[in-house]
Design a protein around this ligand. Structure first.
Ligand code: SF4
Length: 386
């Protein structure tokens, strides 16, 4: 399977209170970071891999101008074998991009743009601590289209305190107006260590009740399915379009890069905090821009850790990743890969989860129901290995 290349741009204009991704706001480190990134690419060349995706995420990659993004793509193409038809994605923050910038990114080789809209409602955006308004979100989508980005994805967040079904539906309607090929709809999570988590713990805010979040999740599935968006992972939806054989399919509009994570494909992550996976090894970089720069300056890889996945860890991961996808776990593939019989091994768990309406089992697939999708972690943890 072709590999994916992920590049973590660890800078943001401002930290959002709900976010636990690694990033800093000190712009003065941009040039030194770029030098370090170029060194890291040159030091991690791997002639055995071919890449059909390059994903620049973060952080906020769009704090970098088009020339800098062009340099990243160019160096990546010199250092790795990136296939000519590769999906090259750039994440952008609506508060940071002009039309000229979008045009520049396109000329630099970006062919897929992912806009962190999160909401079109300025009250929600204010709550999330975003630097953009609802109007900025609209403007970014319009500019991306005007710049010629046909392959566009939007990220949205729901389950925000006080959010109603009506206001979430408004966000969904506005999102599909621009006919993006891809939508990611994430439930707001309160991650330990974030300011939002502290606010919740100290009763400065009240999260939505579980039943309300469930209602919004069901609203999402129903609305997007009615409008031609096919769910392929718990939070991800691809637009149906006509393929070359004249059949309707959403397959080509999925995020090819994100599929790598769910399908155990090899991937290399560059930049502070980025993770890599080359079966059976997983390793990751330090989450500290200054240390990252110092290490690479000393011609040392900025690794913070690595682990060799045992067969048992592999199986647990395969169950978790399989359940995240609407197709579920492919039982044939699982049995062949691990030399076991899935249905026998988990007979009791399957029966119990089926009875509770959380999973469905067919000849060759074990998948979550839409109710089960809300309880992925709990369901996956019930598949206990001997
Ligand atoms: S802009 Fe994105 S990466 Fe940066 S702090 Fe906000 S959510 Fe996190």
């Amino acid at each position: 399977m072709d590999a994916g290349l992920y590049i973590h741009i660890p800078f943001c204009v401002k930290k959002c209170p709900y976010c636990d991704f690694y990033s800093i706001t000190d712009e003065s480190l941009h040039p030194a970071f770029m030098d370090a990134l170029v060194s890291e690419m040159r030091m991690t060349r791997d002639p055995n891999l071919t890449f059909d995706t390059l994903y620049m995420g973060g952080g906020t990659p769009s704090v970098l101008d088009a020339k800098t993004i062009g340099k990243i793509i160019e160096t990546a193409c010199q250092s790795y074998e990136i296939l000519p038809h590769a999906e090259i994605t750039l994440e952008v923050n609506p508060g940071t991009v002009s039309l000229k910038q979008f045009e520049g990114y396109r000329c630099a080789g970006v062919n897929r743009i992912n806009i962190g809209v999160q909401s079109f409602d300025s009250v929600n955006l204010h709550f999330l601590g975003r630097i953009h308004s609802g109007r900025d979100a609209h403007a970014a989508v319009t500019r991306a289209k005007k710049a010629g980005f046909e392959n566009m994805g939007l990220d949205l967040i729901y389950g925000i305190p006080n959010q109603t079904k009506k206001s979430w539906l408004r966000d969904l309607k506005l999102a599909i107006e621009s006919e993006p090929r891809h939508l990611s709809c994430y439930i707001l999570s309160f991650e330990p260590g974030t300011p939002l988590y502290r606010d919740l713990q100290e009763n400065r805010l009240k999260s939505l009740a579980e039943s309300q979040v469930c209602e919004l999740f069901e609203t999402t599935l129903e609305f997007l399915s009615d409008h031609g968006y096919i769910q392929y992972e718990i939070s991800n939806f691809a637009r149906e379009s006509m393929n070359s054989t004249g059949l309707k399919s959403a397959e080509l509009n999925r995020s090819r890069h994100n599929m790598k994570y769910w399908k155990f494909a090899p991937y290399i992550g560059l930049g502070p905090s980025a993770h890599s996976f080359l079966e059976p090894k997983r390793y990751w970089n330090c989450a500290d821009v200054e240390k990252y720069i110092q290490d690479l300056d000393a011609e040392k890889l900025p690794l913070a850790g690595e682990e060799q996945l045992s067969m048992k860890q592999f199986m647990i991961e395969a169950i978790y990743l399989g359940l995240r996808q609407t197709k579920g776990i492919s039982i044939d593939v699982f049995d062949k890969k691990f030399g076991v019989t899935f249905k026998t091994m988990f007979k009791d768990t399957i029966a119990q989860l089926e009875a509770r309406g959380l999973i469905t089992l067919s000849q060759n697939r074990c998948a979550l129901t839409s109710k089960g999708m809300l309880y992925l972690d709990t369901v996956a943890s019930l598949f206990i290995l001997p």
